[in-house]
Structure formats: structure tokens, C-alpha cells
Design a protein around this ligand. Structure first.
Ligand code: IYR
Length: 222
């Protein structure tokens, strides 16, 4: 028999309240924007801890939780990450990306300089685990990309909800992060780097980034 617990924490709301909650949540998540200029104002570790706990509640394959987070506030490690990421980005923007990709990025105005990797108080490296250790034995993980993608989404949402600005960053290739974070092994791959902190004074967002698909464009009800 599979052990089960009663579902005691589900909250049922009247449907008018449900609609209000859904509307409020949409308005709340709409205010999340990718920030590319960060203040160096400190953010307590306790806040980041709660956000990572929230990420760890994500639905995932067989509840193997195929993720690991490395939350970096060390100025030395941030400087190493900036140096290595910028070297890769320079090659990317100098042509490795190809013309179509570079054209697609023009409306965002990004370039190879990533000062936020040192300015922001927290860099959170997300690792995916195709296998993990379970009581000394190796076990295979399932739906790793989907699981880590959802957990990363939860993390971004939690950081936004807490009141922090965020940016997803994926320098290509990201393998240097494994070494920098001390997670250079056969089972784990860097998945994404999340930058978190206060937006710098006068921060702006590209006009292009606020163009979202309408409901009719992105959804059919059948
Ligand atoms: N990693 C690069 C390029 C980049 C790629 C995509 I797709 C973006 O949406 C934004 C940037 C950089 O960070 O500049």
C-alpha cells in the first residue's frame, strides 16, 4: 500500500474571489521584467533561502527533484563568473551567434558587457541532475529539463514576489559554471544563471520586451 496523507492545505475560494485572485496574480506577474542594470544594495540571504525553498516545491519527475542551486554572493566568485561569461559573450556577439540570432537581439540592446554579474548581490546558478545519488547508489532522473524548467520558473516568481529584480542569463557554453561552483561531475549540468537584486536607480526596460501575445494569439479554447 502506498502511504498517503490527507489533503489538508487545499484552500477553496468562491468563484468570484477566484477570478479576482487570478486577475490580481496576472497584474502582479506582469510587473516582472528582466532587469539588466542592478544596484549593489545587499539583499539578506534569508530572503534567497525562502525563494529557493519555493523553487524546490516544483512538480517534477518521480519527485526525484533533479536540481541543485548554488547561491553566490562572494565578490571573488562573481568576478570570476563575469570574466568568463564576458569572454564567451564577446565571441557570441562577434559572430558565433549567427546573423539571425544577433538580429533577433537587436531590439533588446544587449551586448557582451555584463557588469551586473558583479554588481548584483546574488547570482543563483541552477544545475540539472540527470542522475542523483540516493543512499550511495546512483538513480536515474526523469523529465529533467521539464522539472528544472518549472523549478526555475518558481524561483523567478518567488524572487519577484519577494520584491527583487531578476534576469535569466545563459552564457553559451555554460560549462565554466560547473568548475566555478565546484559541481564539475558527470551527473550535473548548468541549466541557467539567475541574477537577483534591486534594479539600479533609473533602470529601464526595452520597449520590445513588453510586447506580449494576446490571449487570442496564444490560446484556443475548444
Ligand atoms: N546570452 C547573451 C545573448 C542573449 C540571448 C538571448 I535568446 C536573450 O533573450 C538575451 C541575450 C546575453 O546575455 O547577452
Amino acid at each position: 500500500m502506498t502511504a498517503h496523507l490527507p489533503l489538508t492545505d487545499f484552500i477553496e475560494y468562491p468563484q468570484d474571489e477566484m477570478l479576482k485572485r487570478a486577475q490580481d496574480n496576472y497584474q502582479h506577474v506582469k510587473r516582472r521584467h528582466s532587469i539588466r542594470v542592478f544596484s549593489d544594495r545587499a539583499v539578506p540571504q534569508a530572503i534567497i533561502e525562502q525563494c529557493i525553498l519555493a523553487a524546490g516545491t516544483a512538480p517534477n519527475g518521480a519527485n526525484h527533484q533533479p536540481w541543485h542551486f548554488v547561491a553566490i554572493s562572494s565578490p571573488e566568485i562573481k568576478a570570476q563568473i563575469r570574466q568568463q561569461a564576458e569572454a564567451l559573450e564577446q565571441a557570441f556577439y562577434a559572430g558565433r551567434a549567427g546573423e539571425e540570432w544577433l538580429d533577433a537581439l537587436k531590439p533588446l540592446g544587449t551586448d557582451a558587457n555584463k557588469p551586473y554579474l558583479e554588481h548584483a548581490p546574488w547570482l543563483i546558478a541552477v544545475f540539472s541532475q540527470k542522475r542523483s545519488e540516493d543512499e550511495g547508489a546512483q538513480k536515474t532522473n526523469y523529465y529533467v529539463h521539464e522539472s528544472v524548467g518549472i523549478a526555475t520558473g518558481f524561483l523567478i516568481q518567488a524572487l519577484h514576489h519577494a520584491g527583487l529584480g531578476t534576469l535569466t542569463h545563459t552564457p553559451k557554453p555554460m560549462s565554466f559554471l560547473s568548475k566555478v561552483c565546484g559541481r564539475d561531475n558527470d551527473n550535473e549540468r548548468p541549466y541557467m544563471l539567475i541574477i537577483a537584486g534591486y534594479p539600479a536607480e533609473g533602470a529601464s526596460i526595452p520597449q520590445h520586451a513588453v510586447n506580449k501575445k494576446s490571449l487570442a494569439e496564444m490560446c484556443d479554447f475548444i
